[in-house]
Design a binder for this molecule. Structure first.
Ligand code: ACM
Ligand code: ZN
Length: 567
């Protein structure tokens, strides 16, 4: 349970000439914090690093030292009595302790993640300028304190969609930097979609020659037309390895997603023989759910998928690989056209061979067959699958992890059936939804309404059958980018909601306190300013990218009554 005790002496308050520590506004709030009177100066401080630290932990400490030197404008030195980073093998890998007293600061952890999180907590206790890249005049002191910290959930994820709109390697690294600051540890990279295949696969070069490019992008919500401008991009294998390494240095595992058997139109455009009709197909220029998916009756799709996963596994060491599985049926683009699996002779032959009876569940069982074959292949290579909650329909095989997005029900059901689950319910974790209801002031978006406080108040165990909590590995938020085309907008949608998410992921339920969290955002906004990262100020009454004043409650009532939100 969180325990915070803050003793502020009148003497310190009166001694204005003394350097003042930054108010304790660390997000996510550490599990156990005691702040006492006094402050330890870190400008030009001695830094000692236990030689027993592994290479990545040493690198993490060096990044902290570098940031400190840049921001203070003074080099650190070696010697006793400064900040010591010490290996303590009795701590869990993500646990750390910090003790700051008059004679110095001692940081202890047992592994990379613990050291990364300790450094981030130290940085958040210092003036926000430590997140910048220039020297700043400030009170460079840490408060005397004793901190013992570890996360509630092992899986603390954030998703990125580079398919609907493409994000460069540098933009992706910035995203990872922000995740690091708030102690997230899983980056779900959604690399394939109807509107663009983003991952270089050497065995199938057309995936990126053809599949990475679309001939237009929908304008606002006019899904029937597009701007006619060729759009796309992809990551080379070297670039993806660079992201994996960059994330790994920050304690973040990259979980790649190949969404299958649906959301595959870009791949079908490149290799039309993989679809039920044989095409031709075009990389999709509209949003929504496509009818055309991989043909479950064609063995060539498994050769294709295995070769794709062979190359993917060489790039991504993650134990978990996301295989998608969402929205395979009832595509919304051609309502009168039957699902290809309902009319394809090859799919019909496969169903017959598998003994799948005709009926509403038939397609789900056929999807189970595809999921199973991919799962078996990945399991044989020592990997595990994650699937969106549709994979639970029919008969999901043991060992799969379910990502609950269509509400919380998928996760609850999965846990009851003995599957592990990751909670990412749309109503709490879809960061493409509007943050305020003032849509005329917000950048154009997909719809929905997900204010900061609602994210914060999400409790992942709500609705679970007692005893099944152990199956909830953690929580993730998703940021789909149909309507998000610039980094400025992407970051605006991400923040500060990801800060709220970080407390859902990290803090014990009893330690959460929206008022305390909201007050701590003052420091977070300074940090993000120093990093040059954009964010929403809706929680401070300023709406939209240009931060217009929010309506008064009376104006808001009148505005909502009109139901005219600009589109
Ligand atoms: C999803 O949002 N289609 C997983
Ligand atoms: Zn078929």
């Amino acid at each position: 349970m969180k325990k915070i005790t803050i003793f502020l002496s009148l003497a310190l308050l009166a001694a204005c000439a003394k350097p003042q520590p930054q108010a304790f506004q660390v997000i996510p709030m550490p599990a156990d914090v005691t702040v006492t009177d006094g402050a330890f100066c870190v400008k030009g401080v001695a830094v000692t690093v236990d030689p027993a630290l592994d290479e990545l932990s040493q690198k993490a400490v060096q990044r902290f030292v570098q940031a400190l030197e840049t921001a203070t404008g003074v080099k650190t030195k070696s010697g006793e009595g400064g900040i010591s980073f010490v290996l303590n093998a009795s701590l869990a890998p993500e646990q750390y302790t910090i003790n700051v007293k008059a004679d110095g600061a001692v940081v202890e952890a047992s592994a990379l993640n613990g050291f990364v999180y300790a450094c981030e907590t130290l940085k958040q206790m210092l003036p926000a300028a430590i997140y910048g890249s220039v020297k700043a005049k400030a009170d460079w002191v840490l408060p005397y304190c004793s901190i013992q910290d570890q996360p509630r959930f092992a899986y603390r994820g954030m998703h990125m969609d580079p398919c609907r709109h493409f994000w460069t390697i540098e933009e992706t690294k910035r995203y990872l930097d922000v995740m690091t600051a708030y102690k997230l540890n899983r980056f779900h990279w959604h690399l394939t979609e109807d509107q663009g295949w983003r991952m270089e696969i050497k065995a199938y070069p057309k995936l990126t020659e053809v599949g990475a490019w679309r001939n237009g992008t929908v304008i606002k919500k006019d899904w029937g037309s597009n701007d006619g401008i060729r759009y796309g991009g992809f990551y080379t294998q070297e670039e993806m390895k660079e992201i994996v390494a960059y994330a790994a240095e920050r304690g973040i595992t990259v979980i790649p997603e190949v969404d299958l058997p649906g959301h595959m139109v870009a791949a079908l455009a490149a290799y039309p023989q993989l679809g039920c009709t044989g095409g031709p197909y075009e990389v999709w220029t509209r949003w929504g759910v496509a009818k055309d998916i991989l043909c479950a009756g064609n063995d060539e799709i498994f050769t294709f998928l295995e070769k794709v996963f062979d190359e993917l596994m060489d790039i991504f060491p993650s134990e978990y690989i996301h295989i998608g599985g969402d929205e395979c049926f009832n595509g919304d683009a051609e309502p009168d056209r039957p699902d290809p699996w309902d009319v394809c002779p090859k799919c019909a032959a496969r169903m017959k061979a598998l003994g799948i009876k005709k009926g509403p569940q038939a397609k789900h069982y056929l999807q189970n067959y595809v999921t199973d074959r991919v799962q078996n292949y990945l399991n044989a290579h020592g990997r595990k699958i994650i699937g969106w909650d549709e994979v639970l329909e029919g008969n999901l095989s043991e060992g799969a992890t379910v990502m609950s997005w269509r509400g919380v029900e998928g996760g609850i059901k999965a846990a009851e059936k003995g599957f592990d689950a990751i909670m990412t319910p749309g109503g709490f974790c879809y960061f493409d939804y509007y943050q305020s209801q003032e849509r005329d002031k917000e950048p154009f978006g997909i719809g929905g309404h997900l204010p900061l406080e609602r994210v914060y108040n999400y409790e992942p165990f709500d609705g679970l059958k007692p005893g099944t909590e152990k199956h909830i590995l953690g929580v993730q938020a998703n940021l789909w980018t149909e309507y998000i085309a610039t980094p400025e907008h992407l970051e605006y949608m991400l923040l500060p909601r990801m800060c709220a998410l970080s407390e859902v992921q990290w803090c014990a339920a009893s330690a959460k306190d929206y008022e305390r969290f909201n007050a701590s955002l003052d420091h977070t906004f300074q940090m993000l300013d120093a990093m040059g990262v954009n964010y929403s100020l809706d929680c401070r009454g300023l709406v939209g990218l240009d931060r217009q004043p929010a309506r008064t409650p009376e104006e808001m009532e009148a505005y909502l009554a009109k139901k005219d939100w600009g589109w």
